[in-house]
Design a protein around this ligand. Structure first.
Ligand SMILES: NC(=O)c1ccc[n+]([C@@H]2O[C@H](COP(=O)([O-])OP(=O)(O)OC[C@H]3O[C@@H](n4cnc5c(N)ncnc54)[C@H](OP(=O)(O)O)[C@@H]3O)[C@@H](O)[C@H]2O)c1
Length: 262
């Protein structure tokens, strides 16, 4: 796969899938801008990706709406434009709906929906001006069906599908591609920062994740899909992939399966 000199801005690049994507894009020749909040972790990933001048870091919090215009302008200036925007930063949840504070739902929406929505709208004018651009949105299989203990998380990912499908319908004819990515369980630290019902961190590695697909394999599948300008990529092991197809063709069967006690 050739991403030679493609200018790629990745959020959530300090760990997990974002880090694996950064390494894979670097190996494929891309120029990278890496964003997340933890600057020390971004520097670690930056040096693994060859350091400057090909890989630059831009620390930011995707929920900081006030800073966003400045950060976007900085990102656009670094390599003179963005070809691919990878909206990957996200957090998850581990709590039943009846035990979850409203503040947890709002936080999930801020990070997982309003962050990507605002960044996409901030970068869009420059992509339209250059008559090309590719937005890659890291959703989840939980954006295809509601997953127990993740009512807020699933809602944020469903919202991404609605927003970005509409954006695609509006702008595809103007050279803007949108790829929705739905990973299954991927071996990352995401469950450590997952929010519990009271807003505290779950702070545990879940066994499904510990036994999930390696992040570099997930990244490999994502790059292949981006190169092929796929509209949707399901980067998941057989069982989770089967659930996505069950939802499409046999939704009642899936509802029965998901309704079993957890
Ligand atoms: N792992 C899975 O099984 C799985 C499955 C489906 C979908 N996904 C999705 O994949 C994406 C990446 O998750 P991951 O599994 O790689 O987990 P991860 O290792 O915890 O990575 C999450 C990334 O998001 C960044 N982030 C979180 N809040 C942020 C904020 N407010 N501003 C900026 N950056 C922020 C984190 O960096 P800082 O803490 O440094 O800010 C980190 O780089 C998420 O959107 C997740 O929903 C993961």
């Amino acid at each position: 796969m050739d991403f030679q000199d493609r200018r790629i801005w990745i959020t959530g690049a300090s760990s997990g899938i974002g880090e694996a994507l950064a390494l894979a894009f670097h190996r494929a020749g891309a120029k990278l801008i890496l964003s997340a909040r933890r600057e020390d972790e971004l520097k670690r990933v930056q040096s693994a990706c060859g350091g400057e001048p090909g890989t630059l870091i831009l620390p930011m919090d995707v929920t900081d709406a006030e800073e966003l215009p400045k950060k976007t302008q900085l990102a656009l200036n670094l390599f003179g434009g963005i070809d691919i925007l990878v909206l990957n930063a996200g957090i998850t949840q581990r709590s039943r709906t009846r035990e979850t504070d409203e503040s947890v739902y709002r936080r999930l929406m801020e990070v997982n929906f309003f962050g990507p929505e605002a960044m996409a709208r901030a970068v869009l004018p420059s992509m339209l001006a250059q008559k090309s651009g590719h937005m890659v949105v890291i959703s989840s299989v939980a954006g295809k069906f509601g997953v127990p203990m993740r009512s807020g998380y699933s809602a944020t990912k469903f919202a991404l599908h609605g927003f970005f499908e509409a954006l695609r319908a509006e702008e595809e004819r103007n050279g803007i591609h949108v790829t929705m990515v739905c990973p299954g369980y991927i071996r990352t630290d995401i469950s450590l920062s997952a929010l519990r019902g009271d807003g505290r961190k779950h702070a545990k590695m879940d066994s499904e994740l510990a036994h999930g697909m390696p992040a570099d394999e997930c990244a490999r599948q994502i790059l292949k899909g981006i190169a092929g300008k796929k509209k949707e990529i399901v980067a998941a092991a057989g069982r989770e992939k089967a659930l996505v197809y069950l939802k499409r063709f046999f939704p009642t069967v899936l509802a029965r399966m998901l309704g079993r006690p957890v």
